[in-house]
Design a protein around this ligand. Structure first.
Ligand code: GLP
Length: 638
C-alpha cells in the first residue's frame, strides 16, 4: 500500500520492527550462528562485541539454545564487552563480568581466554594504560565483526554518556546522574551505584564492521526516535551511529512507537483514514496547533499534513465535532459501568451490575499509582473488587527499611516470648554482613521479611483507599521469588497460578498494567504471564463477558488519543489517592525520576493524574482536577 522508502524518509538509521524481543533475537542469533559457522569452515575467528543489561538477555538465551540443541560451537569466537562499572570485582552481583558469565559464558563452549570484559579493579592510575591495551587487543584480534548494543535512557551506548566525543576511545567515564538513578534498583539504592565506569569509546564502537542496536519496551521509544530521526550530535551519543555504514536497530513495537512512520504516519505517507486514526490525528493536531479541538480550522489541517483527511471527510467543522464527541464519550465517573443507563456511548457496559472486578498489580503500589481513585470508585459503586498482587516486591525494599522491621520484631519478640527473634536476628546479621562486603543478594529470610513489609504497606494503602480488608490476594509469583532483576524467567507455574485465580473469580472486568513494557521488567513479565493465563481460559464461557482495561503507572501517561476510558477525580478523591500511595513508605525515592524534582512516588502519581486532566482541558473538554485513564485491551493487541 505505502512505499516503504517514503515512510522511512525521516529515519537516518535502518530500523526493523519485530513482533517481540524474542522474535527479533531469534533472527539475530541465526545471523550470528551463520557467521560463526562460515568462519569456522574457513578456519577463521569471529570477533563479537557484546553488551549487558536486560536488553540482550533474549539474544543470549537463544545463542545458548543454539549451542545446546543445534550444536553451535563458540570455539572460534572472541568476545569483547563494551563496559564495566569501575570499582566492582568480577564477583559483585552487579558486575558486568559476572553478568556475562551467568547469562552466556557459563553455558557455551567459548574458551575462557577468548572472552574479554573491562576490568573494574584496575587502579585509577593505571586505567589509561589498561584501556589502551584493551584497544590493542581488539585490533590484534582483527577488529570487531559485529557489535551488539543496547541504549540507555540518556541515549548512551556502552557507557558513553551525553557529551562523549565521536572519536572517543576506551576510557574511564563518570556516570550521568540519570544513569545512576536507573541503576539504583539493581544496586539496592542509589548510594551503592558506582560513580565511574570503563567503556569502549564511540570511536571504538564505530570501528566495528557491523553494529546492531536492540531496544524493547516503551521506555526506550523516545530515545530510539531521537537517535534515528535527529541530527547526529554528541548530546545523544546513539545519534552518532548514523555515520556508520552498516548499522541497524532491531525494535519491538513498543520501542518503535515514537518513530514518525508509526506515531504520525500521515506526515510521511498517504494513509487510510479510519475513525481511530482520524481521532488520534486530530488529538495530535490540537496539541500541536495549541488549539482546542472545536477551534481547529481547515488551514490547521492543511498545514499539518492532514489535507487529505479534510478532502475526504471534512470540512474541519465536521471532523472537529466527531472527534470531540468521541473523546467526550471516553469520560465517565462510572468505571464499572452505570447501572440502568443507556450505555451505547459509554466506555463500559451497564450490566451486569455489580460486576466482579479483578485488579492485577505487578508489585504492591502499582495499582494505587495507576488507578487508586478508580479503585475507590469501583468499591463505592458496589462492585466486588479483588486486588491481586502478582509479586511480593521484596527486591525493591531498601535494607534500611528491613532493618527497622527486623529491629521491631526482635525487640518485640525478646520482650514477649517465642521464636521470631531468631529469624529477625538472622535478617539483621545478613544485612549487616552485606554492608561490610560488596552488596550481595538477600537471604531467603530477608526477602521474606521485605515481602511482608510490602504486604503491610499494601494493606494500609487499601484501607486509605476505602477498599474493604480481606479482598486482596498475594500470589508471590515464583519467577520473582527465585529471581533477580534482569534475570527473571516466568514458567508455566506462574501462568497456572494466575489462570487459577481467573477461573476462581471469573471477573467481568480486569484491570492490568505492563503491556508494552520492557519484557524483562517486573510489570512486563507480569503482563506476559497474565496474557498466557488468558490464553488458557479464553474458551471458557465466562470469559466472553470479561473486558480487560489497561492502566499505567506514572512513568508513562497515556496520550489523549490512546485513552478509551477517562475517570475524573475530584480534589478530595485526588487527596485520598495520594494518601493511599503514601502508605507505600518503603518505596519512597525508589522510583526512577521522570520529571526533575519529582522524587517521591506520590508526587509522580499526583503530577501524572493532574497532567491527564490538563490534556483533556487543552483539547477543549471539561476541566477536572485530575484524571485516571485506561485503554481497552484486546487479545490480539500489541
Ligand atoms: C547500561 C549499559 C548499557 C545498556 C543500558 C541499558 O547503561 N552500560 O550498555 O545498553 O544500561 O540497559 P537495559 O538493557 O537494562 O535497558
Amino acid at each position: 500500500m505505502k512505499s516503504n522508502i517514503e515512510a522511512r524518509q525521516r529515519e537516518r538509521i535502518y530500523t526493523e520492527v519485530h513482533p517481540s524481543a524474542v522474535v527479533a533475537c531469534r533472527g539475530l542469533a541465526a545471523e550470528i550462528a551463520t557467521l560463526i559457522r562460515t568462519r569456522a569452515a574457513e578456519g577463521r575467528n569471529v570477533v563479537l562485541g557484546l553488551a549487558t543489561g536486560s536488553t540482550p538477555v533474549p539474544l543470549y538465551r537463544e545463542l545458548i539454545r543454539l549451542h545446546r540443541e543445534e550444536g553451535l560451537s563458540f570455539r572460534n569466537v572472541i568476545t569483547f564487552n563494551l563496559d564495566e562499572y569501575h570499582g566492582l570485582t568480577p564477583e559483585h552481583p552487579e558486575s558486568y563480568s559476572r553478568f556475562m558469565r551467568e547469562q552466556l559464558f557459563n553455558h557455551i563452549d567459548l574458551p575462557a581466554s577468548q572472552s574479554n570484559v573491562p576490568d573494574g579493579r584496575v587502579p585509577r592510575g593505571e586505567v589509561f594504560a589498561w584501556c589502551r591495551a584493551y584497544e590493542q587487543k581488539i585490533a590484534a584480534a582483527g577488529g570487531i565483526d559485529l557489535q551488539v548494543l543496547g541504549i540507555g535512557r540518556t541515549g548512551h551506548i556502552g557507557f558513553n554518556e551525553p557529551g562523549s566525543a565521536r572519536d572517543s576511545r576506551t576510557r574511564l567515564v563518570t556516570l550521568d546522574s540519570l544513569t545512576r538513578r536507573d541503576a539504583a534498583r539493581d544496586f539496592l539504592g542509589e548510594a551503592n551505584v558506582p560513580r565511574y565506569a570503563i567503556t569502549m569509546g564511540v570511536g571504538t564502537i564505530l570501528e566495528a564492521r557491523k553494529v546492531v542496536l536492540l531496544a524493547w519496551g516503551e521506555a526506550k521509544a523516545r530515545m530510539i526516535a531521537q537517535a534515528t530521526e535527529g541530527r547526529p550530535n554528541e548530546t545523544i551519543p546513539a545519534t552518532l551511529l548514523q555515520d556508520h555504514p552498516d548499522v541497524r536497530f532491531l525494535l519491538d513495537p513498543a520501542a518503535a512507537a515514537e518513530l514518525t512512520r508509526i506515531k504520525h504516519p500521515w506526515l510521511v505517507t498517504p494513509v487510510e483514514w479510519t475513525p481511530p486514526l482520524a481521532r488520534r490525528a486530530i488529538a495530535w493536531l490540537s496539541s500541536t496547533a495549541k488549539r482546542p479541538v472545536l477551534k481547529l480550522l481547515d488551514e490547521h489541517y492543511g498545514e499539518h499534513g492532514m489535507a487529505d483527511l479534510l478532502t475526504e471527510q471534512g470540512p474541519a467543522y465536521n471532523l472537529n465535532i466527531r472527534a470531540f464527541n468521541e473523546i467526550q464519550h471516553t469520560i465517565t465517573g462510572w468505571p464499572g459501568g452505570k447501572p440502568n443507563a443507556d450505555d451505547s456511548h459509554r466506555p463500559e457496559r451497564a450490566s451486569p451490575h455489580p460486576k466482579r472486578v479483578v485488579v492485577f498489580s505487578p508489585e504492591p503500589s502499582d495499582e494505587m499509582l495507576g488507578m487508586g481513585g478508580t479503585l475507590t470508585r469501583l468499591i463505592e459503586q458496589g462492585h466486588s473488587v479483588t486486588v491481586v498482587y502478582l509479586t511480593s516486591g521484596n527486591l525493591a525494599v531498601p535494607d534500611e527499611e528491613a532493618m527497622v522491621a527486623a529491629d521491631l520484631v526482635l525487640e518485640f519478640a525478646t520482650s514477649q516470648a517465642g521464636g521470631a527473634a531468631t529469624a529477625a536476628r538472622r535478617v539483621r546479621d545478613a544485612i549487616a554482613a552485606k554492608q561490610s562486603t560488596a552488596k550481595g543478594q538477600d537471604t531467603a529470610d530477608t526477602r521474606r521479611l521485605k515481602g511482608l513489609l510490602r504486604r503491610g504497606e499494601a494493606r494500609a494503602a487499601l484501607r486509605n483507599a476505602a477498599v474493604p480488608s480481606g479482598t486482596e490476594r498475594f500470589l508471590d509469583l515464583a519467577f520473582y521469588e527465585n529471581g533477580r532483576y534482569r534475570q527473571f524467567r516466568a514458567t508455566e507455574a506462574d501462568v497456572a497460578q494466575v489462570a487459577a485465580v481467573l477461573r476462581e473469580l471469573k471477573p467481568h472486568q480486569i484491570f492490568a498494567t505492563g503491556a508494552g513494557q520492557d519484557p524483562a521488567s517486573v510489570s512486563g513479565m507480569c503482563f506476559d504471564v497474565l496474557r498466557s493465563a488468558i490464553q488458557q481460559v479464553k474458551t471458557e464461557g465466562w470469559w466472553q463477558d470479561c473486558r480487560v482495561w489497561l492502566y499505567r503507572t506514572p512513568d508513562k501517561a497515556w496520550a489523549a488519543h490512546e485513552i478509551d476510558m477517562a475517570v475524573p477525580l475530584s480534589p478530595a478523591q485526588l487527596t485520598q489517592k495520594i494518601q493511599a500511595v503514601y502508605q507505600h513508605k518503603s518505596q519512597r525515592s525508589q522510583m526512577p525520576v521522570f520529571e526533575p524534582g519529582l522524587h517521591e512516588a506520590w508526587q509522580q502519581a499526583e503530577a501524572a493524574a493532574r497532567s491527564l486532566a490538563k490534556t483533556y482541558d487543552a483539547l477543549g473538554l471539561a476541566e477536572y482536577e485530575a484524571i485516571e485513564a485506561f485503554q481497552r485491551w484486546h487479545d490480539d493487541a500489541r
